[in-house]
Design a protein around this ligand. Structure first.
Ligand SMILES: NC(=O)C1=CN([C@@H]2O[C@H](COP(=O)(O)OP(=O)(O)OC[C@H]3O[C@@H](n4cnc5c(N)ncnc54)[C@H](OP(=O)(O)O)[C@@H]3O)[C@@H](O)[C@H]2O)C=CC1
Ligand SMILES: O=C(O)CCC(=O)C(=O)O
Length: 500
């Protein structure tokens, strides 16, 4: 058992608001061992939010004028420091969030990739030049920063998601305030320590810990916040979207998925099996891109289900820090109960549990929040487990008899984040690419595994039309200005006459 990390807010270049054990403090615990306190962190209030917003507003005036290539050099340095600290961060993440070490390393690696990719944008941030209607005039567009950005992030990717948001925001000339999830304050603190070590000027990046409904809400409602970038649940996303609408803020929402993997009768079944196991049970199913529906052609369903059962039966549960395990814990008691409730709902609505379905309590598992990897059969498309995001190690099997039926069922949800089709038929592959309603489609690959230089986000209720990562992140964190330069020395005739 290690000593808890004492986390503080980072405001205007200073570590502030030391939490006391007695009051105004919260703790994060190891989800594989609830007796282990990983971190103690402040329960920030409105005064902390006001201080962070004031610092970010003040810093914005000079940061936006730092040349973009120079802003990018700080982010490049963050990437180098993340690389140097990768193992330490991954170990901490495994303890605080529970994901297996290999996955935690992948999470940090996404942050590193994002740093180097975003830093490259500092030397691009391309605008356009375009002909003017006048002879002695130039016309062009430039990207302008938006201002002070609130970044509200979940616990499932405690390094990657804050990096996806903060890095492009800073390269574009904005200043930021991060409000991380209550479950992962230590990861956020270590990440911001790295940003601070890269020498960013005071106020450019700020960290405020606390409760979503207090600190997060205060940030979203604050009149001096210009943009909110949010990843999390549909319910909180709806509040964030509505509040930003009422207070005229820019807003970018990413609210999860109900992702499906289709396996057709001509698929390479071993390949599809790897995809299904990793997609459904990787990160204990706690990914917005997780495979929560397996749409199986009736000709291969029985064989594939048996293969899946055998693999699932051999998965080992345990602490993410133990290199011999496959599946870590669920993040907290509330999420554990939520997953359990969905199993009860599935049963009530007529689904059959082929394997799993219970909270796992064998041996040391009793000390953590473990749930057995679960396969639900005889699921019909209108059941709640086929429509709602569960965010746990649960996958629903749905049988289909044609490719058209598979695509129709895949599309039949309110979400539209990730999707996958396993087939050897090129015509089906291209039809899937065209007809699937999702922001991401994989052919012969699992629904998870996004790369940072491609747009990330979804259609329908997954989001509000924005895409993180890739060059599309620049569209979130900048606004266009059209610039006309008249070098005629007089008001041009056509302009007065409206060209007539
Ligand atoms: N799309 C995705 O990647 C994710 C989706 N989810 C979905 O959400 C479900 C619930 O998970 P949960 O962690 O509660 O998700 P939330 O949406 O509640 O949390 C996401 C972030 O929003 C903050 N927050 C909560 N309430 C407010 C508020 N009123 N105003 C501003 N910020 C707020 C949270 O802070 P705090 O942690 O302090 O509550 C956290 O930082 C999961 O079961 C899953 O379905 C969850 C995580 C990631
Ligand atoms: O699995 C992926 O491709 C990325 C997942 C992710 O970012 C998320 O679940 O929030």
């Amino acid at each position: 058992m290690t000593t808890p990390l004492i986390c503080q807010n980072y405001i205007n270049g200073q570590w502030l608001h030391k939490p006391s054990l007695e009051s105004h403090s919260l703790e994060s615990r190891n989800p594989a061992n609830k007796n282990e306190v990983v971190a103690i962190f402040p329960r920030s209030g409105i005064e902390d939010i006001n201080a962070a917003v004031a610092a970010a507003c003040q810093a914005y005036h000079s940061w936006r004028k730092v040349p973009a290539p120079a802003r990018a050099e700080y982010i490049f340095r963050v990437g180098e420091l993340l690389l140097e600290n990768k193992e330490e961060l991954a170990q901490l993440m495994s303890r605080e969030m529970g994901k297996p070490l290999t996955e935690a390393r992948g999470d940090v690696q996404e942050g590193i990739d994002c740093a180097f990719y975003s830093a490259g944008e500092g030397r691009r941030l391309f605008g356009q030049t375009t002909p003017s209607e006048m002879s002695n005039k130039f016309a062009m567009t430039v990207r302008m920063p938006i201002g002070v950005c609130a970044l509200i992030t979940p616990w499932n990717f405690p390094v990657a998601i804050p990096c996806w948001k903060a890095m492009p925001a800073l390269v574009c000339g904005n200043t930021v305030i991060l409000k991380p999830a209550e479950d992962t304050p230590a990861c956020a603190t270590k990440l911001i320590e790295i940003f601070a070590s890269a020498g960013l000027p005071p106020g450019v990046i700020n960290l405020v810990h606390g409760v979503g409904e207090e600190a997060g809400k205060a940030l979203v409602e604050h009149p001096n916040i210009d943009l909110v970038s949010f990843t999390g649940s549909s319910e909180t996303g709806a509040f964030v979207g509505a509040t930003c609408g009422l207070t005229h803020k820019r807003v970018c929402l990413e609210m999860g998925g109900k992702n499906a993997q289709v396996v057709m009768e001509d698929a390479d079944l071993e390949l599809a099996l790897d995809g299904a196991v990793w997609g459904a049970f990787g990160t204990t199913g706690q990914r917005c891109t997780a495979t929560s529906r397996l749409i199986l052609h009736r000709d291969i369903k029985e064989k594939f289900t048996n293969m899946l059962l055998e693999r699932t039966n051999n998965l080992r549960l345990g602490a993410g820090t133990d290199s011999n395990i496959d599946i870590g814990p669920i993040i907290n008691e509330k999420q554990l109960q939520r997953v359990k409730q969905y199993i009860d709902i599935a049963r009530e609505q007529g689904a059959k549990i082929l394997i799993g379905g219970e909270i796992a309590t064998d041996g040391e598992l009793v000390n953590g929040y473990f749930f057995e990897p679960t396969i639900l059969d005889q699921v019909t498309p209108n059941m709640r487990v086929a429509q709602e995001e569960i965010f746990g190690p649960v996958v629903a099997l749905i049988e289909i008899s044609s490719f058209e039926e598979a695509i129709a069922i895949l599309n039949d949800t309110n979400y539209g984040l990730s999707s996958s089709v396993y087939t050897r038929d090129i015509n089906r592959a291209f039809t899937a690419m065209r007809d699937i309603e999702a922001g991401i489609t994989y052919i012969n690959g699992p629904t998870i595994g996004a790369e940072v230089h491609l747009p990330f986000g979804g259609v329908k209720q997954t989001g509000n039309g924005h895409r993180e990562a890739g060059t599309t992140a620049l569209d979130i964190f900048t606004e266009w200005k059209s610039v006309y330069v008249d070098f005629s020395g007089s008001l041009q005739r056509a302009q007065i006459d409206n060209r007539g």
